[in-house]
Ligand binder design. Structure first.
Ligand SMILES: CCCCCCCCCCCCC/C=C/[C@@H](O)[C@H](COP(=O)(O)O)NC(=O)CCCCCCCCCCCCCCC
Length: 214
C-alpha cells in the first residue's frame, strides 16, 4: 500500500477495498481499515483545510486498530463477527451514549456513512465532464449522504473546505493513475467493490437495527 506522497497511487487504495470480501461475503476488517488509511493519505495531499476531517477519520481508524490488537482481536476479524460479538456481550450503546461511546459498531457506522459519500462522489466524478466543478460534485454528494448526520457547524466547515478542492482535471491527475481517461476508467473498475461493501454493511446493520447508533 502506497502511503508516501511521492509514490501515492489512488488505484492501489481503491483496489484494497476489492480485497475486503472473503468467500462468505463477509467484510474483512484489516483491508477495510487499510483502504480508509489510504484514503486519508490522499485527503492529506489536499491541504491542511481538510485536517479536521482526516483527524476524525484517523481517530476512528485507530479505535478499530486498537480492537484488532487487543485480546479480543479475533472477534474483530470481520464486520459480521464484530457485530455479533458486541451485541451478544452488550458492548454497544443502543439508544444513547453511555458506557460504550467508542464501540466498534458505532465507530464503523460513521465510516460506513462516509463510504456512502465516497461512492456518490466517485460516481459523479466519473460521469461528469471537464466543465464540472469538483467542489460542487462534492457538495452535492455530501448533502445527499453524510450531511444528514452532521450538525450545522460541521456541515458549514465541510462545505467551506470543499470549495478549496482543485478543478476536476487537476483532481483526477492528483490521483496519480495516469491520464484523465485512465483515472476515469479506474474509477469505473473500483466502484463496484465499494458499492458491494457499502450494500453488505448496510444490510448487516439494518438486520440488527444498528443504523441509528448514537
Ligand atoms: C475530496 C475530499 C473531500 C473529503 C470530504 C469528506 C467528507 C466530509 C466529512 C466531514 C467530517 C467532519 C469531521 C467530523 C466528523 C464527526 O463529527 C462525524 C461524527 O463522528 P462522531 O459521531 O464520533 O462525533 N464523523 C464522521 O461522520 C466520519 C467522517 C469520516 C470522514 C472520512 C473522510 C475520508 C475522505 C477521504 C477522501 C478521499 C477522496 C478520494 C477521492 C478520489
Amino acid at each position: 500500500m502506497a502511503h508516501g506522497d511521492d509514490t501515492y497511487n489512488l488505484k492501489e487504495v481503491l483496489v484494497t477495498f476489492k480485497s475486503c470480501l472473503n468467500d462468505k461475503q463477509e467484510i474483512l476488517m484489516d483491508p477495510y481499515l487499510e483502504g480508509w488509511k489510504g484514503l486519508v493519505s490522499f485527503l492529506n495531499t489536499m491541504g491542511a483545510i481538510f485536517s479536521f476531517v482526516s483527524k476524525d477519520a484517523v481517530s476512528k481508524i485507530q479505535i478499530m486498530e486498537d480492537f484488532r490488537s487487543s485480546d479480543q482481536k479475533d472477534h474483530y476479524e470481520t464486520l459480521q463477527s464484530m457485530v455479533s460479538y458486541e451485541l451478544k456481550n452488550g458492548l454497544v450503546d443502543l439508544k444513547k451514549t453511555g458506557v460504550y461511546p467508542t464501540s466498534g459498531c458505532r465507530t464503523i457506522l460513521r465510516l460506513h456513512r462516509a463510504l456512502h459519500w465516497l461512492q456518490l462522489f466517485l460516481e459523479s466524478l466519473r460521469t461528469s465532464n471537464s466543465e464540472s466543478r469538483t467542489s460542487l460534485l462534492c457538495i452535492d454528494s455530501y448533502n445527499a449522504s453524510l450531511a444528514n448526520y452532521h450538525p450545522w457547524i460541521i456541515r458549514k466547515a465541510a462545505t467551506m473546505a470543499f470549495y478549496a478542492l482543485p478543478a476536476r482535471e487537476t483532481f483526477l491527475e492528483n490521483m496519480k493513475v495516469g491520464t484523465i481517461e485512465e483515472a476515469v476508467a479506474m474509477l469505473g473498475e473500483a466502484l463496484p467493490s465499494i458499492v458491494q461493501i457499502y450494500d453488505i454493511t448496510q444490510a448487516l446493520y439494518a438486520q440488527h437495527n444498528l443504523l441509528d447508533l448514537p
